[in-house]
Design a protein around this ligand. Structure first.
Ligand SMILES: NC(=O)c1ccc[n+]([C@@H]2O[C@H](COP(=O)([O-])OP(=O)(O)OC[C@H]3O[C@@H](n4cnc5c(N)ncnc54)[C@H](O)[C@@H]3O)[C@@H](O)[C@H]2O)c1
Ligand SMILES: [Zn+2]
Length: 364
């Protein structure tokens, strides 16, 4: 059930390998790119669960490794975290022609990608994503970033990895809530551009989430293929890549309105956001109501939140949510940007949505 997905970017092309148990083969996969000491960067939680297996696989191929463990959590993706990592990388002795491995979720992947892009003016790196979100989204496409006081992911660069190794068996140790949050991004691919995949998820999504390796591997591989194809056509988000933000205008605003707290994970925000984006599409006459109902029903059936009322604690105020949308880094001159849908599998980007329509939907 092993799958290999090429990301076609000319001289920056690379492969994504997806299979359960792949960590054991990481040495052989990495070997062609390794030279000298290879820093392996991870967070405390992933270190406890999976680091020793990756180190053993690398050492088996006589690769010299230097583990670097960072504190778990989003706050590691900061200037302070970057400074600590850069120092550790330089101290490790990795050279300009060498390579760095990122083992972890999107936090580790984004930070290591950024550090690899700037240390010694750029060193190669390999992504070994360990969350579902990282396997289907953040490890693919070369966007790297840290958060600053002014907002999330505002400082970073494009730096494509040399290789992505997605071992779907690693997802078994992921807390259910994190797994579901990542699944929102999987469903997003079907919703934004592949009706057949969405139908497949309606039939098999629950099996994938319940630990069936073959179905999860298919879901991850298909998601990666969709992202890889979009990135290959639009690496720097001049156009089509923006469709990957389906559900994210609402989602980001809800995350901001809830203080980026444990009340709402990113993927949960995306799930509510996608449901709202389809509802808005129906209200504006772009999309048929049954499509929107199917989106909501499927997300709900796997256990994801689909409405603002499901966020624990005080309901975020519609006006405050709208204000966050106006400050979204993708908004221009105060005009909101949205990915809306014509039907499941057909989405489009627009700046022509009135604030009134959004307020009415948020208040409903
Ligand atoms: N670069 C991109 O294109 C892109 C795209 C989407 C999201 N992101 C970024 O990704 C980050 C979120 O990523 P995330 O959701 O993976 O968060 P994360 O990296 O914080 O991981 C979530 C939690 O799961 C733990 N964990 C990781 N793998 C595990 C495993 N196999 N078993 C048990 N626990 C495990 C981590 O220690 C952490 O506590 C955000 O910073 C976001 O901005 C980047
Ligand atoms: Zn997302």
């Amino acid at each position: 059930m092993s799958k290999t997905i090429p990301v076609a970017l000319g001289e920056r092309s690379y492969n994504i390998h997806v299979a359960p148990g792949l960590l054991a083969h990481a040495g052989a996969l990495v070997k062609p790119f390794a030279s000298g000491v290879v820093p392996v960067v991870t967070d405390d939680e992933v270190a406890r669960l999976h680091l020793q297996f990756l180190l053993a696989a690398l050492r088996h191929e006589k690769i010299e490794v230097q583990p670097i463990t960072l504190p778990t959590g989003e706050s590691t993706k900061s200037f302070a975290g970057l400074e600590r990592l850069v120092s550790a990388l330089i101290a490790s002795g990795v050279d300009r022609g060498g390579m760095i491995i990122a083992l972890g979720g999107g936090v580790v992947g984004d930070l290591v990608g950024f550090a690899a892009g700037i240390v010694k003016r750029g060193i190669d790196y390999v992504q070994v994503p360990t969350t579902l979100l990282a396997q289907v989204d953040s490890s693919v496409g070369g966007k790297t970033a840290i958060n600053v006081a002014e907002g999330k992911n505002l400082v970073g660069l494009f730096h494509q990895p040399k290789l992505v190794i997605a071992d779907t068996a690693l997802l078994k140790s992921l807390p259910k809530r994190q797994l579901l949050a990542g699944y929102a991004e999987v469903a997003k691919y079907g919703a934004l551009g592949d009706a057949e995949f969405f139908s497949w998820l309606e039939q098999h999504g629950n099996a994938a989430l319940s630990g069936d390796d073959a179905t999860m591997t298919s879901a991850v591989a298909h998601s990666c293929r969709m992202k890889a194809d979009i990135v290959a056509r639009d690496e720097r988000e001049g156009g089509e890549r923006a469709l990957l933000n389906l559900g994210h205008t609402f989602g980001h605003a809800l995350e901001a309105a809830t203080g980026y707290s444990d009340r709402l994970l990113h993927g949960e925000g995306v799930s509510i956001g996608m449901t709202l984006a389809f509802e808005l599409s129906v209200r504006l006459g772009h999309c048929d109501a049954p499509s929107a109902r199917r989106i909501r029903a499927h997300l709900e059936s796997v256990g994801l939140p689909v409405s603002i009322a499901q966020i624990p604690g005080e309901r975020p105020d519609a006006k405050i949510v709208l204000a966050h949308m106006e400050h979204d880094k993708k908004a221009r001159n105060g005009r909101l940007t949205f990915v809306l849908a014509r039907q499941i599998g057909e989405s489009f980007f627009t700046r022509d949505v009135s604030k009134q329509a959004v307020l009415e939907l948020l208040a409903a």
